[in-house]
Design a protein around this ligand. Structure first.
Ligand code: IPD
Length: 310
């Protein structure tokens, strides 16, 4: 039977508000936050997630609130849609959890956990719904700022602030063309993997983006690292950031934002359906905002800068 995406959307919005209350009433502490969500705890000191490709680090935090919110979300979804699949950051099992063509909820209970524990106001709940791996509903809610981003495939993307009437994305109704990277505000994240060649690659990309033309760089307007992949993608959908790049995102970081972005006329390059399964190591995402022209050129320019970092 045809899935009623509006009903799915309405449920996700209601869940997002409930999650927001849980998140805002929590008192997280970075002293008690646990580490490394996608790795198993000892006995093995090393990450047992063959796809994560890095060791447990103190930069990948998880709190009791992340886990409690995910439990609430999965139980509400299970009650309303027991026939649909569910992938959540906190219950993802490396090598076991698979993204299939089945209708699937993809959930990050708190995206931007590091911000959450430090009370930096850029964290959100990210609720995606994908059908045949195509992002079909996206709901992202920042409870601190009361910002609710929503999208349904084919029906546009919207932002509502503190319950005010929703505004269509991108917020600028006539987005300017994208000239070249030197005129872009670029979101790029440090991520939680700070080891070895991966880290060196990331730093090299940041340096190339920021450096002056004389020094062989792209000299972008500036770099931002907001600390939440979902909010980064939402900002690109809104037209507040021109580009977002991160190697190493997981499906739950991007599923909801991807729907917003496509509906707002933006594009997600390098992560086409089939290449974004959490069980494949193809986790490279480049989001570019809506633009009457220049979108493709920016993708090419970014790939040239990123090189092997893709
Ligand atoms: C993280 C954030 C961060 C990004 C990491 C994500 P989490 O999500 O989105 O900005 O750099 O790659 O894992 O762990 O806070 O849900």
């Amino acid at each position: 039977a045809e899935i009623n995406l509006q009903e799915v959307h309405d449920l996700l919005v209601s869940i997002a508000h409930e999650a927001g209350k849980m998140i805002m009433s929590a008192t997280p502490s970075y002293l008690s936050a646990g580490e490394k969500k996608n790795c198993s705890p000892p006995p093995s000191k090393h990450c047992t997630n063959q796809y994560a490709n890095h060791l447990p680090t103190a930069a990948d935090l998880v709190t009791e609130t992340d886990q409690a919110v995910e439990a609430m979300v999965s139980s509400r979804l299970q009650t309303s849609y027991p026939q649909f699949s569910f992938i959540g950051e906190e219950t993802f099992k490396p090598g076991v959890t698979k993204l299939t063509d089945a209708p699937t909820f993809i959930v990050d209970p708190i995206d931007g956990t590091t911000n959450f524990v430090h009370a930096f106001p850029a964290f959100c709940i990210s609720l995606g719904f994908v059908v045949k791996k195509v992002p079909s509903v996206g709901v992202i809610y920042n409870p601190f700022l009361g910002e609710l981003y929503t999208a349904i495939k084919g029906q546009g993307a919207y932002l509502s602030r503190n319950g005010a009437p929703k505004e269509k994305l991108p917020l600028k109704q006539n987005p300017e063309p994208l000239k070249d990277l030197s005129t872009c505000l670029v979101g790029a994240e440090w991520g939680s993997d700070r080891t070895g060649s991966n880290f060196a690659l990331k730093c090299a990309v940041f340096a190339k983006l920021a450096a002056s033309k004389e020094d062989g760089g792209a000299m972008v307007h500036s770099l931002r690292a907001m600390g939440s992949a979902a909010l980064n993608i939402a900002a690109v959908a809104a037209g507040q950031q021109d580009v977002f790049w991160e190697g190493g995102c997981w499906a739950w970081d991007v599923a909801a934002g991807w729907c917003l972005l496509s509906e707002a006329g933006g594009i997600m390059a390098g992560g086409n359906p089939g290449d974004w399964d959490p069980a494949i190591d193809g986790r490279k995402y480049l989001a570019v905002r809506a633009a009457p022209e220049g979108q493709k050129a920016i993708v090419e320019e970014m790939w040239a800068v990123i090189g092997d970092g893709r």
